[in-house]
Design a protein around this ligand. Sequence first.
Ligand SMILES: Nc1nc2c(ncn2[C@@H]2O[C@H](COP(=O)(O)OP(=O)(O)OP(=O)(O)O)[C@@H](O)[C@H]2O)c(=O)[nH]1
Ligand SMILES: [Mg+2]
Length: 452
Amino acid sequence: MTPKERYIKLKEHLAEENPLLVEVIDRYRDLDTIARSIGFLDKNETYTASISWWPLIAILGTFSAGKSSFINEYLGKKVQNTGNQAVDDKFTVICYSKNEEITTLPGVALDADPRFPFYNISTQIEKLDPNDKNINRYLQLKAVKSDKIKGKILIDSPGFDADVQRDAILRITSHIIDLSDLVLIFFDARHPEPGAMRDTLNHLVQTAITHTDADKVLYILNQIDTCAKEDNLEEIIGAWQRALSQKGIVSGKFYAIYNESLAHIEDPELAQRLKKKKDEDLSAITEKMEKVIIDRAYRIAKNIETRAKEIIEQIEPLKEKLSTFKITMLVIDIVLIVIVGGISYYLANIIDFSYSNYLFIFLFFLIFLTAHFKLKSVISSYMSKKIENSTIKKAFIKHTRWVKPYLLAGSFLNRKKIEEKLSSLINASKHFIQKLNDQYINLKKEEHITEA
Ligand SMILES: Nc1nc2c(ncn2[C@@H]2O[C@H](COP(=O)(O)OP(=O)(O)OP(=O)(O)O)[C@@H](O)[C@H]2O)c(=O)[nH]1
Ligand SMILES: [Mg+2]
């Protein structure tokens, strides 16, 4: 997808799902143009591809814990199949669509849609599992018309059961945890004890706690209505939290819920007690699921500032490298002229060139230019290898290509002018953040009014 196509597609989706962000695309386009003019971006690259525009919420956990039922309830639609046997055997990426009908697409469709942070996911899956290149075996995409999913993406996953999980699923899970803004790990209140915490679940919990962003993980004990028979909710929650703390999760966000439409609690008093607990925890979970959209919007706006500052910082080192290159080439050219000129003069004295001065001049230039271009490419590749920063390296290579006159290298980089343009972009990003703040405050106010 070309940058232009990406801007258009992103704008289309944003207009539908998160209109506030539409104007930000133009700022990204401006940023791309500046970075491209310096050489920090290739013409087919864009910063819009290096950030995920839609927040990702992953729903992971043991098999039959009620992950898919939770998603259906949340969306208010039966999107996923549910059942007591292991139902899901692949990841389902769920996103918004205008169409009433639920559309199911194969995993490769994810590559073509700019909403997904899985930039070229099929290539990444190939990297994860070179023997199994069929991305459709692991992933599918469902597009659903539900206001609840506007501006965000949910991922339903296959349940974690010991033994049967293949390596690829585990690795995709780690990858998904990395990419996600929020991770809900579901446990089954019918088996909360450590025995249920088998290899694959251990892996999941370990990946989640060792993650730098462990705060984004919520631990959810589901189906607590099943505690009603023995009225032992506290005991069950205790056993579950002990099991988790043995795995190293000492603090964290623990919730206990159930799916009201699937539960049958006979004792009305107990039903009320469980419902109260469930309502509290469920609203905390859904509030977090809503908040990811705002957090993501802030990150998208802030990213303009970060990128702009990065560019400003990288201009000077690039100019320095280019000026070293220029001086080196100038010295080389002087030396070349002296050597080639000397040899030519010597040859002209011993060989009789008198009948063709042109041939003599032609030979001089031929030798000089061949040596010049050869040495230019050797010096450029030698110097670029020593540049650690890949962005600066890319721009350096671009400006020292053989077609570029080296005497002009770097002279077009008017730092002051570029800085002025970037500062106005930084201001635009700050202004946008202010707008987000205003909207967020207004939302909160509206909530208070409706609550009151
Ligand atoms: N009583 C009760 N049953 C539930 C609850 N949530 C889900 N179930 C039932 O539990 C079974 C498993 O639910 P699913 O939603 O398919 O579970 P899953 O985690 O998606 O399972 P896999 O996709 O197989 O990993 C289904 O029969 C659901 O009807 C709940 O809160 N309470
Ligand atoms: Mg399921």
